[in-house]
Write a protein that binds this ligand. Structure first.
Ligand SMILES: Cc1cc2nc3c(=O)[nH]c(=O)nc-3n(C[C@H](O)[C@H](O)[C@H](O)COP(=O)(O)OP(=O)(O)OC[C@H]3O[C@@H](n4cnc5c(N)ncnc54)[C@H](O)[C@@H]3O)c2cc1C
Length: 382
């Protein structure tokens, strides 16, 4: 039996950041993942300005240039019509998760986290603070960080199920052949109900997909086929799917010395589907809370400290849940589309939101300010 100050389950952006920050704080840390890295993870790989900033803050260096491509142009469509093509946008980066997650795990191991990748967690005894790995090895901890994704074993152990699948999101994706070098980022509102479609150009491929609230998209496969028909997708690559746990944020993510971070805590933006930035940030905050609770010799206080640190992210998630009624709800969505098409300010604020420069209230305000002129124009038939 080996003992660690902190055990982190999951080597994605949440777990990698948590293990890195905890190890840098001088704690003994085990980083467990069922996969060896590099490994694949279904994801659009859209790496926003927010992700870029958090990565640099947490790991002390920018994300390596050779694993991102940076785009400055975007095309928006809604319900089959082009809304806008905009050049010179705040930079948005594209990455492949295989490369990005390996870089993050590399940071954590270089900081001193013990490498237990390639070993799945099979048993958890939260009362005895004990983790059992496939193969029979057992480990104990003072603080456990569950960064084990949308189907988190830690969340299932705490709550019986990780999420209510009808309420959260689901996404489908293909990896299509490489696009032209100047291909823009493409977003299609309405490609899925309460969600959107995307075509993200990368260095060697394009990631094309749709995602939306699972319970509102009973036939997402058919919606995906309609979306793919817009593109020249030679050889019909295999469609893969995964849950995006948005819209079901856990207000108290964990219990005492057990903390949930990233997808396991439901920290995905319910409008844009952005999860990488919040995973890295929440992982780092969980590690900070763990370090403070251990320094105070009171590990069960970790959750209270973590929850205080999470307030700004929780605030952003709750605003987004409210504002998505304007963007996706039937009574308002045409207004949003018209505001988006007609107003440079609304488009600019949406792009700044994607870039992590503003939060949702500024976007909602820019949209709502446009409502009276549209109402007036429809009433007068102009
Ligand atoms: C189709 C789709 C498209 C997306 N596109 C984007 C996008 O463009 N931009 C963006 O920002 N976000 C996007 N997201 C969301 C993003 O992928 C997630 O929010 C992000 O991966 C969360 O990181 P995480 O570290 O919490 O979990 P994950 O990245 O899922 O990592 C969890 C890790 O835990 C490990 N694990 C799980 N169970 C166990 C176990 N029992 N034992 C050991 N290890 C275990 C897994 O192997 C995995 O490595 C998308 C998601 C989907 C599904």
């Amino acid at each position: 039996m080996t003992h660690y100050d902190v055990i982190v389950i999951g080597g994605g952006p949440a777990g990698g950041a948590a293990a890195h920050v905890a190890a840098q704080a001088g704690l003994s840390v085990a980083l467990i993942d069922k996969h060896k890295f590099p490994r694949e993870k279904l994801c659009g790989g859209g790496f926003t300005g927010r992700s870029y900033r958090y990565y640099q803050e947490i790991f002390g260096a920018p994300i390596p240039e050779d694993i991102i491509i940076t785009k400055h142009n975007v095309e928006f469509h809604a319900h089959g019509q082009e809304l806008a093509r905009i050049d010179g946008i705040p930079p948005i980066h594209m990455t492949m998760r295989r490369d990005m997650d390996a870089a993050i795990v590399g940071h954590a191991l270089a900081s001193g986290a013990v490498d237990l990748t390639g070993a799945a967690v099979e048993t958890l005894d939260l009362d005895a603070r004990k983790v059992g790995l496939k193969g029979g090895q057992h480990l104990t901890y003072r603080v456990l960080i569950g960064a084990d994704g949308a189907n988190s074993l830690v969340a299932r152990t705490l709550y019986g199920e990780a999420f209510d699948h009808a309420r959260i999101g689901f996404g489908l994706e293909i990896e299509a052949p490489a696009p032209a070098a100047d291909a823009p980022v493409r977003i299609d509102f309405g490609a899925a109900e309460w969600g959107y479609g995307w075509n993200f150009p990368k260095a060697g491929s394009a990631t094309i997909g749709i995602g939306g609230v699972h319970g509102r998209n009973p036939d997402m496969k058919a919606a995906m086929q309609r979306y793919l028909a817009k593109f020249d997708v030679a050889g019909t690559p295999k469609v893969k799917g995964a849950f995006l746990p948005f819209g079901d944020v856990r207000r108290w993510p964990g219990r005492a010395e057990v903390l949930l971070a990233g997808d396991a805590a439901g920290l995905v933006d319910p409008i844009t589907g952005e999860g990488i930035a919040y995973a890295m940030k929440s992982g780092a905050l969980a590690a900070e809370a763990a370090a403070e609770a251990i320094a105070a010799n009171h590990p069960p206080r970790a959750l209270t400290l973590y929850r205080q640190k999470l307030r700004p992210i929780h605030g952003a998630m709750f605003h987004a849940r409210w504002i998505r009624q304007i963007i996706f709800g039937r009574p308002f969505r045409n207004t949003f589309v018209r505001a988006f098409r007609g107003s440079g300010t609304v488009r600019y604020q949406y792009l700044r939101l994607m870039a992590g420069e503003i939060e949702y209230p500024a976007l909602a305000w820019a949209t709502l300010k446009k409502v009276p002129s549209f109402v007036l124009r429809s009433a007068t038939g102009r």
